[in-house]
Design a protein around this ligand. Structure first.
Ligand SMILES: Cc1cc2nc3c(=O)[nH]c(=O)nc-3n(C[C@H](O)[C@H](O)[C@H](O)COP(=O)(O)OP(=O)(O)OC[C@H]3O[C@@H](n4cnc5c(N)ncnc54)[C@H](O)[C@@H]3O)c2cc1C
Length: 301
């Protein structure tokens, strides 16, 4: 890989980057080896420049949100990790909110609440960015991104800007067009309803309290480890098979919520993968159900 040439060009373009960034610092699981380089994007222009450099130096890249749905390899990530945290503008126009893909859902939800706009309450407490939430079609408590987003802007591998309507995004249960198209989301527009700011706040607080009550938020994790299998709940299947508290190294099936694998301290990616395999095997042989990870594994094998 031509990383030294890349660093020279990034310096010339005054694009901020960090060499050998530990991904354990960039994921809510607090797991993962080093990314060769993490690039901090501040504009669409910079994103296009980085994509063009990646192409010309033949360096792989990966787009990072808040790392809240990721399990990163202990051997790190080859090439460039692109952080879009700097794309975090929020603009309110009537009932519409336009924001950058790096905007945290928390900031978006608070902005909507302050503007008395209702619809995003369910997302308060999901610890991701708008880009990550559209990629996953994140959802909770009966709401999901597909109910509130109306369009998105993205950049394709060749640096072309693309606008996607809601149908273009093909949002389904934890899937979207972004999973296979290589499109990098740069922004989104949400259409909300007028509401009462106090009622919106109360709903957000209620959802947050329910999370605190049910989820092991005191430990690092990547949220629900598995997708909901058709006709079942992953957490209930895991609990019924007495897997709560089962651990491999520092990774443990949460005692508080069996749907979460947590990092009890010092867990490695390998620990989590072994624990996931163990849970899948027990549930498959006892109930005949295949548990598919919701958490996305990335990085060097
Ligand atoms: C405690 C906890 C609770 C959670 N609760 C929920 C919940 O209730 N509901 C739910 O759905 N999820 C939940 N999650 C999972 C996670 O927060 C969501 O999936 C979230 O949407 C991920 O966003 P992110 O920015 O962290 O994305 P990341 O984890 O950084 O990335 C996820 C995927 O999105 C891609 N991606 C990120 N940004 C972009 C972009 N701009 N363009 C293209 N691709 C991009 C990445 O490449 C990666 O493949 C929870 C996680 C935790 C830790």
């Amino acid at each position: 890989m031509m990383l030294d040439n890349l660093f020279d060009r990034l310096d010339e373009l005054t694009i901020e980057y960090i060499k050998n960034e530990p991904m354990s610092r960039r994921t809510t699981f607090k797991i993962g080896g080093n990314a060769d380089v993490l690039v901090k994007i501040k504009s669409n222009e910079q994103l296009k420049q980085v994509l063009s450099l990646a192409k010309s130096f033949d360096i792989p890249y990966f787009v990072l949100g808040k790392g809240s749905n990721l399990l990163v390899s202990d051997n790190g990530i080859e090439g460039i990790v692109i952080s879009l945290d700097g794309l975090d503008d929020i603009k309110i126009n009537g009932n519409s909110i336009l924001c950058g893909a790096g905007t945290s859902l928390r900031a978006l939800c608070i902005a909507a609440q302050k503007a008395s706009l209702s619809g995003l309450e369910f997302a308060y407490g999901i610890p991701g960015t708008v880009g990550g939430a559209l990629y996953m079609n994140a959802g909770a408590y009966g709401g999901e991104m597909s109910q509130v987003v109306v369009s998105a802007t993205a950049i394709d591998k060749d640096g072309n800007e693309v606008i996607l309507s809601l149908p273009d995004m093909q949002l389904g249960y934890r899937i979207s067009v972004f999973k296979n198209s290589g499109l990098i989301i740069t922004g989104a527009t949400f259409e909300l309803k007028e509401g009462d700011a106090n009622e919106i706040k109360a709903a957000m607080d209620d959802f947050f309290a329910r999370r605190r009550d049910k989820q092991p938020l005191e430990y690092p994790s990547a949220g629900s480890t598995f997708k909901r299998p058709e006709g079942y709940f992953a957490g209930a299947l895991i609990e019924q098979n007495n897997l709560k508290g089962v651990s491999v190294g520092g990774a443990e099936v949460s005692e508080k919520h069996a749907g979460f694998v947590i990092n009890k301290g010092g867990a490695t990616c390998r620990d989590v993968l072994s624990l996931i395999a163990k849970v899948q095997q027990v549930v498959k042989s006892a109930d005949g159900v295949d548990l598919e990870p919701e958490v996305i594994f990335v990085g060097r094998k």
